[in-house]
Design a protein around this ligand. Structure first.
Ligand SMILES: [Zn+2]
Length: 421
């Protein structure tokens, strides 16, 4: 359990990106696999690259020389503790300035942006407060214009210096086409957000569902770097989920994402904001808790205040020992346990990471939730799935969006004509 975990910082020199290669990795050009190996490990000697990727020392030398010549890698002395006798061996590392990407988290109350160099270091960040109502695409683009100006000014660069931008937002996102099928942020459905963004800013953009974006943050910068199978469950306004299977993000077929919040836990149950009944979210989401608080605790006078105001008041009451408030959180905790046990039973992940704004409310009961999950799951012997809480802030989500852009820009960079020789 690690409430202060901060994915946005990472460990200096520790590298970034998945440490285990996905099955699809063998179809990547060897130069790219070498580049990504070095980026994942922070730095690596030619001999290590040769051994890890199964290439001859001669090929490793030739290909790394090309990467150095193209300004993507550079030589660096290895740390003294890693040096053997004799001449200090030389390691390779990514040239951070070889590329720059931005990552953006679009959300209801504010948008968050990060600027990341090609080695994965966050070099600037910016936040823009916004209004909560659903907007048209061009209104959101106006807001992103302000946000990007703020971000780029901090790093003294311009849009032309960016190789790509990753954007995550809640909703149903057709990742490949850059189309937002539905999002609570937008007032209209089926919007070609990616094309509109590219036309306006002239930079390549990669869109993703926000829970997937946080999952990428864990895969690139966090606890998931050396894990082949793990899940991230986010509890904010709604309940989202991202899944890494076999070292890569699982995206499904139609951009629906893994809508854990809308899996049914009760036939003819409580009404969900999606219009259906009995969804997990209808027992666990912010609006579900607020609805219960309004009736069970007579929070009528808070009707006009924000959802956050109602939840803060409810949390305060629970901490003071108000039995009705405690019951509301405990009940939500039991539904959370039910959802998590289903995830475990279906995917058998090594780790489930719980994240999102709402986790701070659930800290009190997390022990009960974990005990309930184990009780609801078929015995796994001596190696139960771990459950960790990462109280990741919006910067971590935005940094995950920059990983999306880093991966795409890297793919693009290694598929161009300059390598055909
Ligand atoms: Zn629903």
């Amino acid at each position: 359990m690690d409430g202060e975990f901060d994915l946005s910082k990472g460990k200096p020199g520790a590298g970034c990106g998945p440490l285990l290669a996905a099955d699809s990795a063998s179809s990547k050009p060897l130069r790219q696999r070498i580049f990504e190996y070095v980026r994942a490990h922070g730095h690596a000697a030619r001999a290590d690259i040769s051994r890890a990727l199964g290439v001859s020392p001669g090929s490793a030398t030739t290909l790394t020389a090309e990467l150095i010549q193209n300004g993507l890698l550079r030589e660096v002395a290895q740390a003294p503790k890693e040096q053997g006798r004799g001449r200090p061996p030389v390691a390779l590392e990514i040239v951070p300035d070889a590329g720059r990407v931005a990552g953006i988290k679009i959300s209801h109350r504010h948008h968050t942006a990060t600027l990341t160099d090609f080695a994965g270091n966050m070099i600037a960040q910016a936040v823009l407060e916004t209004t909560q109502k659903a907007k048209r695409v061009h209104d959101v683009l106006d807001e992103l214009n302000h946000l990007l100006k703020r971000l780029l000014k901090k790093a003294d660069c311009t849009l032309a210096d960016l190789n790509g931008i990753g954007i995550g937002m809640p909703g149903i996102i057709a990742h490949g086409e850059g189309i937002v099928r539905w999002s609570p942020i937008l007032s209209e459905r089926d919007q070609p957000f990616g094309t509109a963004f590219r036309d306006r800013f002239g930079v390549d953009v990669y869109l993703e569902n926000d829970a997937n974006m946080l999952t990428l943050a864990e895969l690139w910068f966090g606890a998931g770097r050396d894990m082949s199978d793990f899940a991230v469950v986010t509890i904010e306004n709604g309940v989202g989920m991202g899944l890494v299977l076999n070292n890569r993000l699982y995206r499904g077929s139609f951009g629906m994402g893994l809508e854990l919040g809308h899996t049914k836990v009760q036939i003819d149950g409580a009404l969900c904001r999606c219009g259906q009944r009995g969804c997990l979210e209808a027992y666990l989401g912010d609006y579900a808790l607020a609805r219960e608080a309004t009736t069970a605790l007579g929070f009528g006078q808070y009707q006009q205040s924000s959802m956050k105001g109602i939840l803060d008041k409810l949390f305060e009451e629970a901490k003071l020992g108000n039995p009705a408030a405690l019951t509301i959180f405990q009940r939500a905790g039991r539904y959370l346990a039910l959802g998590l046990s289903n995830v475990m039973q279906l995917f058998d992940p090594a780790l489930i990471i719980l994240s999102g704004e709402r986790m701070r409310y659930d800290y009190m009961f997390v022990g009960d939730v974990i005990a309930d999950v184990q009780a609801l799951t078929l015995s796994r012997g001596d190696q139960p799935c771990k459950i960790e809480i990462h109280n990741s802030g919006d910067l971590s989500w935005a940094h995950g969006a920059s990983a999306l852009a880093l991966a795409a820009v890297t793919d693009e960079m290694f598929s161009t004509d300059r390598w055909t020789a």
